[in-house]
Design a protein. Structure first.
Length: 172
């Protein structure tokens, strides 16, 4: 390059070059900041892409699980239908058992009524016998009391006779 002699215009050009150099340095600094920002953004975007990949993997797993659950639900539905059929059979069996048990209970209740009547009749007989036993017990107690009273009277009478005999003396 050709150099121009230094003149007032040359001073402007140096100053202008200095400004351009300064501007270039600032521009380079801003580009460096922009590039660093882009690097940070690129790193964030990379992480987001990895996260999306993980989400896709989890979604695939969930879809597999959902498919398995749908199959399981179908199995459960068929099992429910089978159980419903068995429940119908059980209901029929229970109805038959209920009828049979009802007849047996009716027979048992009839026998219980007969037993209750017999117990009531026997209870009345027992009460009558208890009343008679109490009456006879009272008669026995009265007889014992009378006998005891007579025994006391007999002793008193014997003592009086003995006292009279002693007073009268020996009678020979």
């Amino acid at each position: 390059m050709l150099q121009k002699p230094l003149s007032s215009k040359g001073l402007k050009s140096e100053s202008h070059m200095s400004e351009e150099l300064e501007f270039t340095k600032r521009l380079y600094g801003q580009f460096s900041s922009l590039i660093e920002t882009i690097k940070v953004m690129n790193t964030g975007i990379g992480r987001h892409i990895e996260a999306v990949g993980r989400f896709e993997t989890e979604i695939v797993k969930l879809n597999r699980h959902a498919h398995q659950h749908r199959q399981d639900l179908g199995d459960v539905r068929s099992g429910v239908e089978q159980v419903r059929g068995e429940m119908g059979q059980v209901r029929g069996d229970i109805s038959q058992m209920h009828t049979k048990i009802s007849h047996q209970l009716d027979g048992i209740l009839l026998r219980l009524d007969e037993l209750e009547n017999a117990v009531n009749s026997n209870g009345l007989d027992i009460k009558t016998l208890q009343t008679e036993a109490v009456s006879q017990y009272n008669d026995v107690l009265n007889a014992i009391q009378g006998s005891t009273h007579n025994n006391i009277l007999l002793r008193e009478l014997t003592e009086r006779i003995e006292a009279i005999e002693r007073r009268l003396g020996p009678q020979s």
